[in-house]
Design a protein around this ligand. Structure first.
Ligand code: ADP
Ligand code: MG
Length: 320
């Protein structure tokens, strides 16, 4: 059954106020928001297009979750505290069940972090979802890609390669039965609390959306440094180890995107402080390597040092 645009906005995207700093939410020509004084606004936008970023028929509740999660992940990678979001939704034909499930996935994640949906746009066309997210961060505490320094430890939240395995399973390239891998791909947990705790503590930070090698590569490039990762330190969950043992691509965990973990660097003299703060993250976090003076990205594996540029990690096609 199809419903009109205004009824759709009212039923699925208008909710009681959640934040004191929202003067006008959904329902007028613009939202009116009261920014925190003395802070920078951290602003990010991400689009998910059917057939490009997700497959046709993807569970709408998961899609609502993921559309918001990827933007919250960008805020986390900047050390920002999320506040407000807007949503541009392009739908072929408004289906009430789909909208109900999509808005539920979106709202549940928004509530988890006290984020308010304050506006958006609704149009007809091929299914596409754009989320614009705004948060706050102190100018000094913001985590920029360009701030990694020689000697920093490199850290990663959560686990690596599970979303990549989920994609292999969905594409029929792996016959492993790992529901948590598909769940990680479809419902990533943005590392919001970790990002907030790291503001002013980490040097550089990025979220892993295009694969660890490529994303860490952005930090190295922006900071003018290199890095060495330690294979044995990479947090590979057992289904990912099994995937490799069964003949799967051993570089998959470094290459695959969609994990939405955050990778960051911390000065050696602040690593003890970091460890004492990890309890606030709400997820695991491990040291996976260090920043070198020598440019490039290397991997230490069983006494050998492999140049990751030579395995061509930067040439893998990346769809954003
Ligand atoms: P206008 O034509 O003035 O741009 P719209 O009719 O597009 O207004 O939207 C009416 C109100 O609904 C606005 O406050 C807008 O921000 C909000 N809105 C529209 N689509 C969405 C959506 N998908 N999610 C949240 N708010 C939306
Ligand atoms: Mg409009």
């Amino acid at each position: 059954m199809s419903i009109g645009e205004f009824e759709l906005i009212r039923r699925f995207f208008t909710r009681p106020p959640r934040r004191f700093d929202v003067v006008q939410s959904v329902g007028d020509d613009c939202a009116l928001l009261r920014p925190q004084t003395g802070k920078c606004l951290a602003i990010t936008m991400d689009t998910l297009v059917e057939g490009v970023h997700f497959m046709a028929g993807t569970n709408p509740e998961n899609l609502g979750h993921k559309a918001l999660a990827v933007s919250l992940s960008d805020l986390a990678a900047m050390g920002a505290t999320p506040a407000w979001v807007t949503l541009a939704l392009t739908l072929p034909d408004p289906d009430e069940r789909w909208l109900n499930d999509f808005s539920k996935g979106f709202a549940t994640l928004a509530d988890q972090y006290g984020v308010e949906l304050v506006g958006g746009d609704t149009t007809r066309g091929p299914l596409s979802i754009t989320v614009h997210a705004i948060g706050f961060v102190g100018e000094e505490g913001a985590l920029r890609r360009s701030a990694a320094c020689w000697g920093d430890g490199i850290y990663l939240t959560g686990e690596l390669g599970l979303a990549g395995l989920g994609l292999e399973i969905l594409l029929g390239k792996s016959t492993q039965n790992v529901p948590e891998a598909v769940a990680k791909l479809e419902r990533p947990q943005p590392r919001v609390n970790a990002g907030i705790s790291l503001a002013g503590l980490a040097n550089a930070c990025i979220d892993v959306s295009d694969g660890l090698a490529a994303d860490l590569g952005h930090i190295l490039h922006a900071s003018g440094v290199g890095a060495t990762l330690d294979w044995t330190a990479l947090p590979l969950p057992s289904p990912v180890r099994q995937y490799i043992d069964m003949g799967g691509d051993r570089w998959m965990p470094l290459r695959a995107g969609d994990d939405y973990e955050i990778c960051f660097t911390v000065a050696a003299e602040r690593e003890i402080e970091l460890v004492s703060k990890m309890g606030e993250f709400g997820c695991s976090c491990v040291r996976i390597g260090h920043i070198d003076q020598q440019m490039g990205l290397r991997l230490r594996q069983g006494g050998m040092v492999i140049d990751l540029a030579e395995i061509g990690y930067q040439h893998f096609p990346v769809v954003d």
